[in-house]
Structure formats: C-alpha cells, structure tokens
Design a protein around this ligand. Structure first.
Ligand SMILES: [Ca+2]
Ligand SMILES: [Ca+2]
Length: 256
C-alpha cells in the first residue's frame, strides 16, 4: 500500500472542501465552525478540522494572512495555507491608470550608458495628440553606479536628443539629454502643468524614445518593456502592455 504524505493529504482534503472554506480575518480565524455551534472550539474540534470533515475558517490562498510561508498546516486551527500560484493573474483595480513603468530589459549593461537610454516617454491619445511624461516617481530605481546618464530629469518633457533630424546634432553623445536605466526602471506620469489630467486608456499608445537605431539612426536599440499601472498609485501593481523591440517603439495600450 502506498502511503500519502500528511501535507499532500491535507492539501487534497482542503482542495476537496475548497468551496466550503470561508475566509476570515486571521485575527479571528481561531474560531471554527464548531465554535459557531457553541462548543468553544477545543482540541477535539481542531482534530475534526484536520480530518477535513468540517468547514474551516482558513486564510486559504491569502499569503498575507497565512501564518506560515508555503504549504503548511496551522497547528492551532489545522488549516492548510498555500501561497498564490506564481502565475495567478493580478486583479486590476478600479482606479484610473495614470502611471507608466519603463523597465530595462537590456541583457548587457556595459559601457558608461548602461541599459536602455530613454530620451522621452510619450502618451499618444486615440485622437492622435501626444503628451510627454513630466513627473518622475521616487518609486523608480535608476542607479548612478557606472552610469554617466543617470539624471532622471533628462527623460521628462519632449524628446530633445534629435534636433532637425540630427541625433545629438551630429555631435558626440550628450548624456544630459537622456537617462540610462542601468537595469532599473522608471515610473512616470503625464498629468499636470499644461498636460491637464492624463489617464491612460485602451486605444492609447506609449511612445518610448529610446536612443538607438530606431530613433537616432545610429547606436544600438536596447530592449525594454513597458508596463501601465493598474491604479492611480505609483506603488501599485503594474500590468505589462507590451515590449519595445528594434524598430518598434510605440506600444499600443489594450486589455485594461
Ligand atoms: Ca545604453
Ligand atoms: Ca530627453
């Protein structure tokens, strides 16, 4: 006869009764259904919980409320706690999307302008009007270590690397005009000043002015990804809407 590990058995029991499990705040989760029936939730009640025959008040699939990391058993309640699967989709909030996250996906960050080199970030509305990012969030992460282009103000406002069709006016690289992300990320928004309130919506597009072959006609295109926030908070969860690639630096916004 095969033996079933205790943890697996409990997982199976919990899965079978998943629809019956009621989430309860962890501060009050010690009371179980037996308690509600008025028998004070003693040790015997917990044993009943462990055999899976009773409805349990468990913080199932709520890792924040789970008293132990990973799949385990709460010795007090007999509840089985499991973290969210890694591929669990992020639930978008009901807030308006106002923040864009540009993440450096460069595989090599050698040189004194490491990673993706961002001149400007545009939001192209469905009516064709383009506004430029004007606010840089302190939730961003751009390191100045071995980075000659780490002034983050350089990626705000309209693009200025190209003048009259010439990249850097045909001169050498001017590191004051763009920001090298150096394996980091920038979070920006478009609202304020003359832009008014700018909400990112389906049908818009994000134009990433990355200093490379596509924009400049010289230098390499560095890979990067673009994500649009799911809420009106720069420290919220971000939903990726697309990635820039060589020759393609306008990412359409959809699926929000
Ligand atoms: Ca670079
Ligand atoms: Ca710039």
């Amino acid at each position: 006869m095969k033996t079933v590990p205790l943890t697996l058995l409990l997982c199976l029991l919990c899965a079978c009764g998943a629809e019956e499990i009621v989430y309860q705040d962890p501060d009050t989760s010690k009371s179980d259904v037996s308690d509600e029936e008025g028998d004070n939730g003693d040790t015997q009640d917990n044993s009943n919980d462990r055999d899976g025959s009773n409805t349990q008040d468990c913080p199932i699939n709520n890792p924040a409320a789970c008293p132990f990391p990973g799949i385990t058993v709460d010795p007090d309640t007999g509840c089985v706690c499991a973290p969210l699967p890694e591929d669990e989709p992020i639930e978008p909030s009901s807030g308006a999307f106002r923040f864009v996250l540009i993440k450096d996906e460069a595989r090599s960050t050698q040189g004194d302008t490491p990673g993706a080199d961002i001149d400007a970030i545009g939001l192209i509305k469905s009516n064709g009007v383009e506004v430029f990012a004007i606010t840089f969030s302190d939730q961003s992460a751009v390191s100045c270590d071995s980075n000659a282009a780490c002034d983050t103000a350089a990626l705000l406002g309209p693009p200025d690397v190209i003048n009259n069709g010439d990249c850097f006016d045909s001169n050498g690289v001017d590191t004051s005009l763009f920001t090298s992300l150096n394996e980091g990320f920038a979070i920006v928004s478009f609202s304020g000043d003359g832009n008014g309130d700018q909400v990112i919506e389906n049908g818009d597009a994000i134009h990433v002015y990355e200093v490379g072959a596509t924009e400049c006609g010289r230098f390499d295109d560095d890979p990067y990804s673009v994500s649009v926030s799911v809420s009106d908070a720069d420290n919220g969860a971000f939903i990726e809407v697309g990635r820039g690639a060589v020759g393609d630096n306008v990412i359409e916004v959809s699926g929000l």
